[in-house]
Write a protein that binds this ligand. Structure first.
Ligand code: DGP
Length: 113
């Protein structure tokens, strides 16, 4: 099976502007930022979408959220505020089928819609 773009970024096969990484996760700048700060938090493990996660992934999902918090502090938007989003499936506009959290900040964000 062909690897998706985030598997290829996580393995170092294609470049990204990485802001944080560890054994399980990699965080990098979104190529099409929707805000002054737009970081993607991606597990190295391939899971296509939130709906495919199981109880086995509970720790990984917790680490994804904790890494979003860590990266927001690292980048300096913890005080000003930020938003964490995960898109699941077509109606959410999911484009890359590899679980990821968006961390958005650096300006006052509008209402969700
Ligand atoms: P989503 O709709 O939740 O699947 O968002 C996928 C995001 O991934 C989208 O905001 C654009 C970003 N993206 C897609 N391809 C690449 C890439 O090759 N590099 C980087 N840095 N971001 C990408």
């Amino acid at each position: 099976m062909e690897k998706d773009i985030f598997c290829r970024i996580a393995s170092g096969e294609i470049p990204a502007d990485i802001v944080y990484e560890d054994d399980e996760l990699v965080a990098f700048k979104d190529v099409r930022p929707q805000a002054p700060i737009h970081i993607l938090i991606v597990p190295r493990k391939h899971i296509s979408k939130l709906d495919d996660a199981t109880a086995e992934d509970a720790e990984l999902l917790g680490r994804l959220m904790l890494t979003a918090i860590k990266v927001a502090r690292l980048i300096g938007i913890a005080e000003s505020g930020y938003r964490v989003i995960a898109n699941n499936g077509p109606d959410a506009g999911q484009e890359v089928y590899h679980i990821h959290f968006h961390v958005l900040g650096g300006r006052r964000l509008g209402p969700l819609g």
